[in-house]
Design a protein around this ligand. Structure first.
Ligand SMILES: [Zn+2]
Length: 494
């Protein structure tokens, strides 16, 4: 799912090249219904009418109307002309559907235009009560009217070309315009019959062949936005990857929180941890790009959070330690930990998979909903417990900087490491701390010894992973990232 742009563009360029070579212009196959409607709607052309305005008025497409009326040139209609309007119901009977994954920047109207149908038809086929309820990652059914292949997003690509014209503006370059349209500069040059791509001038009209690529219609300066995985589960991580056509300051907003972006290799990345208790459903994701002139562009979409399955555990705290459940002590710990875990360092020091922090079996999993001494299940286990004897060596899961190394009430002796990009790991109940605040540690370096300090009922390591302030399931980070994020760029050595 995490496609590489170069490959995609090459493939798109190839499709266009093939179309040019064989000189064919694929005509959409508008299948005919067996029984024409008994009483077709007729529109008499009025002053100011265009086929597009007529099509919009009746929820039909220009193509369907031109086809139904045998109009050779859509620009040539005349006052008083009788136009047959093909009905939407008719469209429904004649089509098969294929799945389409809703992308950021998509609208029902834009998808309809690309697939030569109407948003009303799409809404009807998908039983959508409102076109505004769509979210990124949602799969909708698109009626097929021509042979479709699929692009790297797994979405169907209409083979026929939907050329859009673009008027060159000052500061534009061929590369910039091509990126904006999600095509290669070569494709743009060829399609526009430009002899020398270095010599374009403001006001010049270019032809950008649109091939139905998901992000072709994002507002400048956004070139592409990828959010993965979708839907995202409670207690896991979402990665947002943004390409822009120029250098920008990028920020995001999700779960009523600011999402900081980090730049690496000309691409902007943000990681968002989804809270275990986040309600399932739709959330607004807003991305704001501010260019060097201070002009801001906002793209909004919706993402879905789905439920994770968690265990329920009853914990009985020994009588001698119930004082550790004191709300004041908990608040004091949290304040100290929150300060550390809100850290955002723009440099990425980590790779995945993480190194397991110690040997030993897992005695408690992440996310279990917990009741203490028979109380309500209002807390959850925010880390992973490894059952190990006191004194067992504890290693840094990834490279980073120590931002906390001190005794806490619940955590006991604790270490927190900042790995960059809002990713941190925490280690609790230690018998001995072997590092100091500010110290740089390498992945796999000894940082502490396991113990039974703080709110602990036996020697073990409590290990936490935080992403943008939220506790997430560290087990994911111990696995091959391709199994959960499909992000080979984060792999060790990558
Ligand atoms: Zn624990």
């Amino acid at each position: 799912m995490f496609w590489r742009e170069s490959t995609l563009n090459q493939r798109l360029a190839l499709v266009v090249a093939v179309l040019f070579l064989i000189g064919c212009h694929v005509t959409p196959i508008q299948a005919q219904s067996a029984d024409p409607p008994a009483d077709p709607t007729i529109h008499i052309v009025q002053r100011g009418d265009t086929l597009l305005s007529i099509a919009n008025r009746y929820g039909a497409t220009v193509d369907a109307i031109t086809h139904a009326n045998g109009i050779p040139d859509p620009r040539q209609i005349y006052l008083g002309q009788r136009i047959i309007i093909p009905s939407a119901a008719n469209d429904l009977e004649i089509t098969e559907t294929v799945p389409y994954v809703f992308q950021i920047g998509d609208t029902l109207t834009a998808i309809a235009r690309r697939y030569r149908t109407t948003w009303q038809t799409l809404a009807q086929v998908n039983n959508l009560l409102s076109p505004n309820v769509l979210y990124t990652g949602q799969v909708i059914q698109v009626p097929t009217i021509a042979t479709l292949t699929s692009n790297d997003m797994g979405n169907p690509v209409p083979i026929e070309r939907y050329d859009t014209s673009y008027v060159v503006r000052p500061q534009d370059t061929m590369l910039r315009i091509a990126l904006k349209h999600g095509i290669s500069p070569w494709t743009l040059t060829t399609a526009s019959h430009v002899a020398n791509p270095a010599l374009i001038y403001p006001g010049q009209a270019l032809t950008a062949p649109g091939l139905g690529e998901g992000n072709g219609h994002l507002p400048t300066p956004f070139a592409s936005i990828t959010v993965q995985p979708l839907p995202v589960a409670q207690g896991t991580v979402m990665v947002i990857k943004v390409h822009t056509i120029e250098s920008v300051t990028l920020t995001g907003e999700l779960f009523e929180q600011t999402i900081p972006f980090a730049e690496e290799g000309g691409i902007y990345y943000a990681l968002v941890g989804v809270h275990v208790f986040a309600e399932t459903g739709l959330y607004d994701l807003n991305l704001t790009a501010t260019d060097e002139q201070g002009q801001s562009t906002i793209v909004s979409t919706r993402v879905v959070v789905e439920a994770s399955r968690f265990y329920y555990e009853r914990i009985d705290v020994p009588a001698g330690r119930t004082n550790l459940l004191d709300p004041v002590a908990i608040a004091r710990d949290n304040e100290r930990l929150n300060m550390a875990r809100r850290t955002f360092t723009p440099e990425r020091l980590w790779d995945i998979p993480f190194e397991r922090p110690c040997v030993g079996s897992i005695s408690a999993y992440f996310g279990s909903h917990r009741s203490y001494n028979g109380g309500p299940y209002t807390s959850y286990h925010s880390g992973i417990d490894f059952r190990v004897p006191s004194g067992t060596p504890i290693y840094a899961a990834a490279s980073g900087t120590v931002v906390l190394a001190e005794p806490l009430t619940l955590w006991g002796n604790a270490v927190v490491i900042d790995h960059g990009w809002g990713v941190l790991t925490g280690y609790g109940h230690l018998s001995k701390i072997e590092v100091e605040i500010g110290q740089h540690v390498e992945r796999g370096e000894l940082i502490a010894r396991a113990g039974n300090t703080g709110l602990s009922t036996g020697s073990h390591l409590h290990w936490e992973t935080w992403v943008n302030g939220a506790s997430v399931n560290g087990l994911q980070w111990l696995e091959d990232p391709s199994t959960w994020l499909q992000v080979e760029w984060l792999a060790v050595g990558g």
